[in-house]
Design a binder for this molecule. Structure first.
Ligand SMILES: [Zn+2]
Ligand SMILES: [Zn+2]
Length: 365
């Protein structure tokens, strides 16, 4: 095992104990074996999912994962990045990594035993254990150190990217997978609904496919303005106009070809089904806090729609996201609006939840 000098015995970590019961605590630094890696966390983004979990929503990542307090206490956070502070000999050999390098683990910790893991579709793992959501498997990154285990999927990341931007690798990787699933063609009119950090990444990725028209929808002016700057041909504020009418106007009355939904709100589903043309494609990524009720006959009888789901980062989401950030293909400088020290996590969560003046809020442990 190799390790840097002066790794402390204890660290600060944001522990989830239950809904509205998160505390910054002094806990032991994780110990590692020869198959594992200890990483000193440089940054960890706050996801909309972290806030939903904090408020007590049951998150069903991958069809059955419970909120973080299921195995409480658990360190929160799955959008982490850091440098290797200690590495076991087996881990170093298996992963081709050395001490001091920057490395990221994917948010999912595959079981490598279920049919999906065995078939190479590990992001659909039946157990769906996520860093920061089940302590039994993997703590999260809102702490000074994090352990990457033997089952983790680990990638090397260049230090050329500032840490606060490297915290965008996880949301960008999810965006990559969604846009691959969207199968955008040159003649398509594409709508990206919900322009949070992930929506703004998807908008840029969709732009790389050069569709005929790219449209962004949200209700927050800061995000709509940024969407315009990042390549949207049109942006619509759903509180100020009828988005279905506007999109139909731009498409000869037919509707958009592809609707990428990230808002997590039922109204975004209903609007999407209405603004899609016949034979259009609805791509759903959101995690909802409530059920959606729609006129299901639109999908079959009226429009013969294709409904495509998208879950986390897919097979190549991380490598593509890392490459795109290293090469500056995707811009996240205006998406990461705020950073806070870990001690100010409450203020950071509150700002991220309001989202009027912020987009992505990142903690720097
Ligand atoms: Zn996330
Ligand atoms: Zn599995």
């Amino acid at each position: 095992m190799q390790k840097i000098d002066n790794i402390p015995k204890t660290m600060k970590a944001l522990m989830c104990r239950g809904p509205h019961d998160y505390k910054l605590e002094e806990v032991p630094v994780p110990s590692i074996n020869e198959d594992e890696i200890l990483v000193k966390v440089e940054a960890c983004g706050i996801c909309a999912g972290d806030i939903k979990s904090y408020k007590g929503a049951a998150m069903f990542w991958g069809g059955g994962v419970l909120p973080p307090w299921n195995d409480a206490p658990c360190v929160a956070g799955h959008e982490f990045i850091g440098e290797i502070a200690a590495i076991g000999d087996n881990a170093a050999k298996k992963r081709g990594l050395v001490l001091g390098e920057r490395a990221i683990a994917e948010q999912i910790v595959p079981c490598w035993e279920c049919r999906f893991c065995r078939d190479g579709e590990y992001w659909m793992c039946e157990k769906a254990n996520i860093h920061g959501h089940q302590k039994i498997v993997a703590d999260g990154g809102m702490a000074q150190y994090i352990r990457y285990g033997a089952r983790d999927v680990v990638h090397k990341v260049s230090k050329k990217i500032l840490a606060k931007y490297a915290a965008m690798i996880e949301p960008l990787s999810c965006s990559v997978h969604t846009i691959e699933r969207a199968e955008i063609g040159f003649n398509d009119i594409v709508v990206v609904a919900g322009l949070g950090p992930i929506g703004l990444c998807k908008l840029q990725l969709a732009k790389l496919k050069n569709p005929r028209l790219l449209i962004g929808i949200d209700n927050r002016p800061l995000r709509l303005d940024l969407a315009k700057k990042l390549g949207a041909d049109y942006v619509f504020n759903f509180e100020q106009c009828d988005t279905v009418t506007e999109v139909k106007k731009l498409s000869g009355g037919y509707g958009c070809d592809i609707y990428v939904h990230n808002s997590g709100h039922p109204s975004g589903v209903i609007a999407g089904l209405q603004m899609l043309r016949k034979h259009g494609r609805f791509v759903e990524f959101s995690v909802f806090q409530q059920e959606t009720s729609v006129d299901w006959s639109i999908i079959g009888d009226r429009k013969e729609l294709t409904i495509t789901g998208s879950h986390i980062s897919g097979l190549y989401g991380y490598p593509v996201a890392i490459d795109f950030l290293e090469r500056g293909v995707i811009k996240v400088e205006d998406i990461v609006t705020h950073t806070f020290p870990l001690e100010k996590w409450e203020e950071a969560f509150a700002l991220a939840e309001k989202g009027a003046s912020s987009i992505k809020v990142v903690l720097l442990p």
